[in-house]
Write a protein that binds this ligand. Sequence first.
Ligand SMILES: [Zn+2]
Length: 236
Amino acid sequence: MLELKPLWEIQVLDDQKRSLEQKLRDAQISVELRTLKREIESGRAAFNKLKEDYASFKKQIKMKEMDAAAAAEQIRELSEKLYSGAITNVKEIDSSSKKLESLKDKVKRTEDEILAIMEQREELRARLEEMSSKLNNKAENYRQKHGSFLANQQKIRQQLAQLPLARQKLMDKVDPDLWNNYMSMKKRFNDPLARVEKGTCMGCRVGITFSELRLLKHGEGMVFCSHCGRMLYWER
Ligand SMILES: [Zn+2]
């Protein structure tokens, strides 16, 4: 009695191996993950650029505050001079008063400018916060997807790692002549062994003859499909 079952199972196993290896190659990093990664990177670059603007606003405010403070100090000194009676010359009093007015204007103007910059800075801060939260969400999304991608790859590798032992166990049960025959047919077919279902060779989908079926059911030797030439396997 020719036992074809182990050989059939080896063929199924080799087929699984091929498709698992294909899965590993195809998976790579999905387009979605790559797009997400690019979005995160460009988002971070834009975020950092705005952060620099935010810092420069801070510097601008500080400089204007120093200008205003210096002008305020001048105002204080000049006022003191004017009202203490230290200046008696009319012309000098006049020019000092004018100077005082212009200094007060300057302080007022600078304070307005500081307020405007502060407003811009607040707007920018809100935008930065929004960007940061979006970026964090994206990064978390990426982390999860990437994690499940890696887990899936790992699962495929584990499945692949189990195949050789299972295959060896089956090999031990395969008749050597049958194996040699099978291997030489491998040059022509990916799947030299074809199962027969409802009187049809599943390799070429053509019905087999009555005598082929009879031989198969007797199970006393190799039977080949007269249409495609594959070795036929009939599951009892
Ligand atoms: Zn066939």
